[in-house]
Design a protein around this ligand. Structure first.
Ligand code: 4AD
Ligand code: MG
Length: 430
């Protein structure tokens, strides 16, 4: 018998098929049993009609519990009254394992309980939808760069130096010397850009974030494009085009999942480039006009980012931040030494920063002075400085945190649900 996936049942109406999966839900009324079968690609109703299947099979149906693993064989029929428009009239049932006391029941559970059972929670409709959308966002991201002449070049995870400052480094023993888990692939990516022109890297990054917030993980996935011969304006345009592309893909391919999450898609339909652009200094004015007491030179926290992004219904690009709050590699604005040519994309609906990037300092002397000023170990940066000696060019790039984008597109209250196994200050398990 042909084994098929639930997502494809529509193509098998009036055909005999086999489905492998797990019991999502079950009820019976008299001679009829109704079973919701899930297989990871969808959920389908199975009908067990006692006069048709006989006493023995019907008794076996009755022993089934939530999350028991089974295969069913039968004929697919259409039924406009059920989700998906199809069901299976079961003729045979094969039981692989009867699940006992599955801990996640249809009743309400607390978040901590669900997080402790994350390995099982992923089977629920809502978590399943989030992971499907995460997958779509990653696929769209890769298609976007692959389709625009970028080459994927991987960067290492064990590194001897910091990219985004020393306060959030995870140290590990590397055969007797200290290595750090990568905070960003950017520095290596700059070398890659000088070899390939347009590159991107996509991998896990690590930050010892000691704060408990809705936006911070200690392990998160970042996609980082880097382009030779690129200035800040072009860098902004790549970010705009990328986000527009991702949202469009999710809207075309993941309507069902967005619906399960109750997402208001009209908000996503507005995400079309160009996005509003506003300098840090203008933001400071906006904040103070809005009742904040914010001094020029400080870093925006969540309340500030939320306030700024709430003024727009598209992501807003904030640029030209004070030099003192940004990383050593950012190029200073030739028109104003106090600010750097950096940019942050703040997502609408209060989601805050989803992309951070900049034009990079390409002058050897200025960069050396910045390395010294930040008290970074020059030895470890020699190879990076080489890039400014051998054919240095204007270049730029950015990093987009996948989990922040998933949180925004799915409209989730916390990033912990955006990644299969979140790592946070107080969570290393499961
Ligand atoms: O702004 P960040 O720190 O920029 C960089 O790491 C640059 N080196 C990237 C580059 O230019 N190649 O981080 C980039 C993005 C943020 O905008 C955010 O989306 C995400 O990474 N991010 C986090 N996501 C989850 N948890 C955390 N702790 C995050 N820290 C940053
Ligand atoms: Mg940032």
């Amino acid at each position: 018998m042909k084994k098929i996936l639930i997502k494809n049942v529509k193509n098998y109406i009036n055909k005999d098929v086999r489905l492998d999966g797990w019991v999502y839900n079950k009820r019976s009324s008299g001679k009829i049993g109704f079973l919701m079968l899930r297989d990871g690609t969808g959920i389908l109703q199975g009908i067990f009609f006692k006069p048709e299947i006989g006493e023995k099979l019907f008794t076996e149906f009755k022993t089934l519990t939530q999350e028991s693993s089974i295969s069913v064989e039968g004929i697919i029929t259409s039924n406009e009254k059920v989700d998906g428009g199809c069901e299976i009239q079961v003729k045979n049932l094969i039981i692989h394992n009867i699940s006992k006391d599955y801990p996640i029941t249809p009743k309400e559970h607390g978040t901590d309980f669900l997080m402790n059972n994350r390995h099982l929670w992923l089977r629920s409709k809502r978590q399943h939808s989030i992971m499907k959308i995460r997958h779509e966002i990653i696929k769209a991201t890769r298609d976007f760069f692959d389709g625009n002449d970028f080459t994927l070049i991987d960067t290492p995870i064990f590194t001897p130096n910091a990219c985004e400052g020393t306060t959030t480094l995870f140290a590990t023993d590397y055969f007797g010397e200290n290595a750090y888990l990568s905070q960003s692939g950017q520095l290596y990516n700059e070398a890659n850009a000088m070899a390939f022109g347009r590159v991107y890297t996509f991998g896990p990054t690590f930050r010892a974030e000691k704060s408990k917030t809705r936006r911070h993980l200690t392990e998160f996935w970042m996609v980082e494009p880097e382009l030779a011969y690129c200035d800040l304006n072009e860098d902004m345009q790549w970010g705009e085009k990328l986000l527009e592309f991702i949202v469009e893909r999710v809207l075309s391919n993941r309507q069902l999942e967005l619906k399960i999450l109750g997402r208001d898609t009209s908000k996503l339909e507005k995400i079309k480039a160009p996005f509003p652009k506003i300098s840090y200094s203008e933001c400071v004015e906006m904040l103070n006009d809005g009742g904040f007491n914010f001094e020029w030179g400080g870093d925006f926290g969540s309340p500030e980012e939320t306030f700024i992004s709430e003024q727009y219904d598209k992501p807003v690009i904030v640029h030209r931040f004070p030099t003192q709050i940004k990383a050593f590699y950012m190029k200073r604005d030739p028109e104003n030494e106090k600010v750097v040519l950096g940019m942050d994309f703040l997502a609408p609906e209060g989601y805050g920063e989803i992309i951070g990037g900049s034009e990079r300092e390409s002058d050897l002397e200025v960069l050396l002075e910045r390395v010294k000023h930040e008290k970074l170990p020059r030895d470890e940066f020699e190879w990076y400085l080489d890039l400014r000696k051998y054919g240095s060019v204007q270049h730029a790039g950015f990093g987009m945190g996948i989990e922040r984008v998933v949180a925004w597109i799915c409209k989730l209250p916390h990033v912990r649900e955006t990644i299969p196994y979140p790592r946070m200050l107080q969570r290393l398990r499961p």
